[in-house]
Design a protein around this ligand. Structure first.
Ligand SMILES: O=P(O)(O)O[C@@H]1C[C@H](O)[C@@H](CO)O1
Ligand SMILES: Nc1nc2[nH]cnc2c(=O)[nH]1
Length: 287
């Protein structure tokens, strides 16, 4: 089930008719990380249920609001809550907001997520700058670009080896060091699975051997759609829990721990993203 260019444009036009804010930066908040949206000043807020063609948020920790506003003077739009495959939506529907971002004039997308740590050097509370991904649902044929391709969005066969903007990764690393976050700032590869069940021990061991540092249930589909339509991408994973890799372990992954870790790290994560947004402006590294 694809949305046509005209349907996406109708939603973007509907939003632009109701706010004068013309965002250049689009932000997607992960599980328990919606506090980022509250940083925006002069907010214009839309509930997802009121936006034409938009799905509804069904997951605890995803408020279901699209927030326009300014972050340190920069016009932004922020998804306070995202959609996931396991909610039952077609993959084209969960990525629709990214195309709306593009049609609103966004050129840089910042995505956050909660993820389980596979890398044994990672600790709960670490923030991982995503340098790459492994798209497991994609291996099984579930790619958001499946179906007819509209060249007005992008090419049929987009490159993904440059998906995560290296300049923004570098900038975020610098900002993190300056803020004193060096002890918990990491970089790594995120692997997406469809969820909603968490991984078995054998699956975690396999993903780790395949080169994944963290595992989650989102972000990658959004990244693919954002890159397809030429937006720059920066993404962060908050390591909310340690993936269970050992049959002797008593640990059990659970959503409450995910939300709890989000709460504990929200202040630093918000400061990192908001400072990064300011630096994008100062460095003037827009395309
Ligand atoms: O939206 P994100 O990827 O942050 O949400 C993660 C994956 C599941 O939706 C949930 C599991 O606790 O958190
Ligand atoms: N798949 C998956 N998603 C998560 N989101 C937060 N933690 C996890 C996890 O351990 N596994």
């Amino acid at each position: 089930m694809s949305y046509t260019y005209e349907e996406c444009k109708a939603t973007a036009d509907w939003l632009m008719a109701q706010t004068d804010i013309r965002p250049r930066i689009g932000i997607v908040c992960g599980s328990g990380l919606g506090g980022l949206a509250n940083l925006l000043k002069d907010q214009v807020v839309f509930n997802y249920r009121d936006i034409p063609n938009f799905p509804q948020s069904t997951v605890h920790g995803h408020a279901g609001r699209l927030v326009f506003g300014t972050l340190k003077g920069r016009p932004c739009v922020c998804m306070q809550g995202r959609f996931h495959l396991y909610e039952g939506y077609p993959i084209q529907k969960i990525t629709l907001p990214i195309r709306i971002f593009k049609l609103l004039g966004v050129d840089t997308v910042i995505l956050t997520n909660a993820a389980g740590g596979l890398n044994q050097d990672f600790k709960v509370g670490d923030i991982m700058i995503m340098k790459d991904h492994i798209n497991m649902p994609g291996f099984a044929g579930n790619n958001p670009l499946s179906g007819p391709n509209d060249e007005r969005f992008g090419t049929r066969f987009p490159c993904m080896s440059d998906a995560y903007d290296r300049e923004l990764q570098q900038l975020a690393m610098e900002v993190g060091q300056e803020l004193g976050y060096g002890d918990f700032l990491r970089e790594g590869v995120y692997c997406v699975l469809s969820g909603p069940s968490f991984e078995t021990i054998a699956e975690c061991r396999m993903l780790h051997r395949l080169g994944a540092d963290a595992v989650g249930m989102s972000t990658v589909h959004e990244v693919i759609v954002a890159r397809h339509c030429g937006m720059r991408v920066f993404a962060l994973s908050l390591i909310t829990n340690q993936a269970v890799m050992d049959y002797d372990s008593e640990e059990k992954a659970n959503h409450e721990e995910v939300l709890q870790t989000g709460k504990q790290r929200s202040e630093q994560l918000e400061r990192l993203v908001s400072t990064l947004v300011t630096r994008i402006e100062h460095n003037n590294i827009y395309a």
